[in-house]
Design a protein around this ligand. Structure first.
Ligand code: KG4
Ligand code: ZN
Length: 349
């Protein structure tokens, strides 16, 4: 059973083909980074137009790399939210065209769920309950993947907490821009921080001890900017690697503490790290260390499966298909699609 997954929710035009829910046959990402870099962030209108140009060649490359033809594919999965409206529309329209033209089932996939379910491509079936920390350019939430409520149904998501302001990736990107680093900023800060001292600057850890599973990042961002301006005014030479390492450590500290607490308080031994920020080397290392200390483990896929890609969409689509959940051609792009009901009821609304 081959599922082709299409991802266009932000600035990557991505197509992946997954066999039998767990095996990646191809995972092609046509990045638009160079297009958006001069603007220091994603320009939605440019992203949508670039998706239009890149869609067809990316589908073709994914088929070639998987060694198959469209006729061999059994279903088309597509991210239909959350994300940028215009960008999502291009992927959804392309998927509908393929489904209609090749007479294939169409499956609409939640982007955040796909980030979590990407882990099955490396570690096999996720055995609920697991805690998932979903950290990307647009989202920061802590959820529990719960056991299915009925035989044959899929595990549901229960949200424990989320950011009350900026997403983690957004904070990385904004601070990187302020430091004059390239775009996207996360990988740049990650690299720079390796040569820095994480204790050099004492940046705040917002909501670290508030007892909730929520996050706040805008105060941290402001604190970093204020500190840099203060040092500049005092004509103190600033070591950017120290700033990057200290800023990164403040984010990682809170995320690790809250994810580990979520696991221990719910008696769960597995944490899945998902989303683009899960590519962060310090977060991966610290989370693995902390979970080991409490006798648990972290599942964190390779970087290519953490950042936006089509294989994760194909995997999540294959899961939906296996549960008999197929979309119709009326599938709409939903920029605000939620992962779970914040009130605590599992499942995607
Ligand atoms: O999941 P993703 O590819 O796209 C969204 O769904 O948003 O996440 C992109 C975000 C960007 O903000 C990028 O800076 C961040 O993930 N990111 C990282 C790293 N690699 C990507 N942040 C920190 N460290 C990294 N190594
Ligand atoms: Zn993403």
């Amino acid at each position: 059973m081959l599922v082709l997954g299409i991802e266009t929710s932000c600035d990557e035009t991505a197509v992946g083909i997954v066999e039998d829910r767990f095996t990646v046959r191809s995972n092609v990402v046509a990045s638009q980074v160079d297009l958006h870099a001069p603007f220091g962030g994603v320009v939605p209108e440019l992203a949508a137009r670039a998706h239009l140009q890149l869609m067809q060649p990316t589908i073709e490359r994914a088929l070639v790399e998987a060694g198959c033809r469209l006729g061999d594919v059994d279903a088309v999965a597509v991210t239909h939210g959350p994300g940028l409206a215009g960008a999502l529309l291009v992927g959804v329209a392309a998927a509908k065209g393929l489904a209609l033209g090749a007479d294939l089932p169409l499956v609409g996939v939640n982007h955040l769920r796909a980030h979590v379910e990407a882990a099955q491509l490396e570690f096999g079936e996720l055995e609920p309950p697991v805690v998932a920390l979903v950290v990307s350019g647009g989202h920061t939430s802590l959820v529990v993947l719960e056991e299915p409520v009925a035989d044959g149904s899929r595990p549901g998501f229960r949200q424990l907490g989320a950011t009350i302001d900026d997403a983690a990736g957004e904070a990385f990107d904004k601070i990187a821009r302020f430091l004059g680093l390239g775009y996207p900023g996360g990988p740049e800060i990650d690299r720079l921080a390796r040569d820095g001292d994480p204790t050099a600057h004492d940046f705040p850890r917002p909501l670290a001890r508030d007892g909730t599973y929520n996050f706040s990042l805008s105060g941290l961002k402001t604190a970093v900017i204020r500190e840099l301006r203060r040092l500049e005014a005092a004509e103190v030479e600033v070591d950017l690697a120290d700033v990057a390492a200290s800023f990164q450590e403040a984010i990682v500290d809170v995320q690790v503490d809250k994810a580990v607490r979520a696991a221990t308080e719910h008696d769960i031994d597995t944490v899945v790290l998902a989303g683009g920020v899960a590519a962060n080397s310090r977060l991966r290392h610290r989370m693995a260390e902390a979970m080991e200390q409490v006798g648990g483990r972290v599942l964190v896929p390779h970087v290519q499966l953490c950042t936006d890609n089509g294989a994760m969409v194909a995997a999540a689509g294959a899961n939906l298909l296996a549960a008999g959940e197929v979309s119709d051609l009326g599938l709409a792009a939903d920029p605000n699609l939620a992962l779970a009901d914040p009130a605590g009821v599992g499942g995607i609304p």
